[in-house]
Ligand binder design. Structure first.
Ligand code: 3EB
Length: 283
């Protein structure tokens, strides 16, 4: 996963990969100790090791995203089902012009949510649990996404008592609610925490105050992962470059480094910071 400039999902040097435009020289690498079988088509790429699958895809720039998102997600789920990895537990979505409007005047994030909800409605997750997710802006048009799936069932969706489940948000946030869980627990293993922001119930808190948003976000995360210093693979998304230094230094005091920080738009225009990470298993 490259975060510099956008590119097509491809297998290169035996590794399936996707580049998304977040203007950062960060590369994210998912590794396994077992041999990986790779493959793909023009618009998706994947690799799998017998237990886990990684898959990445893109939705091209469109006047309405819902049909393309629905199609791309259904192709992804169909491919994973054919390969034998039907249990999707974590998805990342990078959405160009996320707060802009589509050809019908609907916010592109809400348009994306519509297509995603339709995909999950058409092919419900086999155990009924939606995956954990991240949904943030990207610096070029179109949508890049990647996901992790398992061959076996057994992961569980985790919600946050401080937040309404996103799939139950009221329709003031768009025609279809966001289909994701706050976190995904692997059996006996780690907790993969979704992008988390300054939302209590369904409402954004501290709309114009990045420091207070960060405080609320950390409190939301701490309910899922009481020891924040143990979080790994922490990624921090900040809307305004002017807030980056302060957010980064406060995060460095809370999390163990390295922390990857990105300046990009977020899915509600009043959100200024969003954080994801992985809490180690209790095993
Ligand atoms: C929120 O809690 C903030 O649409 O996949 C965080 C993580 C957010 C994932 C998504 C959106 C998504 O609603 C935004």
């Amino acid at each position: 996963m490259g975060y510099a400039a956008a590119g097509a999902p491809v297998v290169g040097a035996g590794t399936p990969s996707l580049d998304v435009a977040l203007g950062s020289p960060v590369t994210e690498v998912w590794t396994t100790g077992r041999p990986v079988t790779t493959g793909g088509t023009a618009d998706l790429t994947y690799g799998h090791d017998g237990d886990y699958a990684f898959l990445a895809g893109r939705v091209p720039p469109s006047p309405r995203y819902a049909p393309g998102v629905r199609r791309a997600y259904l192709r992804a789920f169909g491919t994973l089902a054919d390969l034998g990895y039907p249990h999707v537990f974590r998805i990342w979505n990078f959405i160009g012009d996320i707060n802009g409007s589509n050809a019908e005047g609907l916010e592109i994030y809400r348009d994306f949510c519509r297509g995603r909800a339709e995909a999950f409605e058409t092919v419900p997750p086999p155990t009924g649990m939606v995956p954990a997710a991240t949904g943030v802006g990207a610096h070029s048009p179109g949508i890049g996404f990647y996901l992790l799936a398992r061959r076996e069932p057994g992961h569980t969706a985790v919600e946050n008592p401080r937040q309404l489940p996103a799939y139950r948000y009221p329709d003031r946030y768009g025609p279809r609610p966001p289909s994701f869980a706050r976190a995904s627990r692997l059996p006996g293993g780690p907790l993969l925490i979704s992008g988390t922001a300054s939302i209590l119930g369904h409402r954004t808190r501290h709309a114009r105050d990045p420091t207070a948003q960060l405080r609320t976000t950390l409190a939301n995360l701490a309910v899922l992962a009481p020891d924040l210093s143990a979080l790994r693979a922490v990624k921090v998304y900040v809307r305004h470059a002017a807030d980056l230094d302060e957010v980064r230094s406060r995060c460095a005091a809370v999390f163990r480094e390295p922390i990857a920080c990105f300046v990009t738009d977020l899915c509600r225009s009043d959100l200024l910071v969003e954080i994801e990470g992985i809490a180690p298993g209790r095993a």
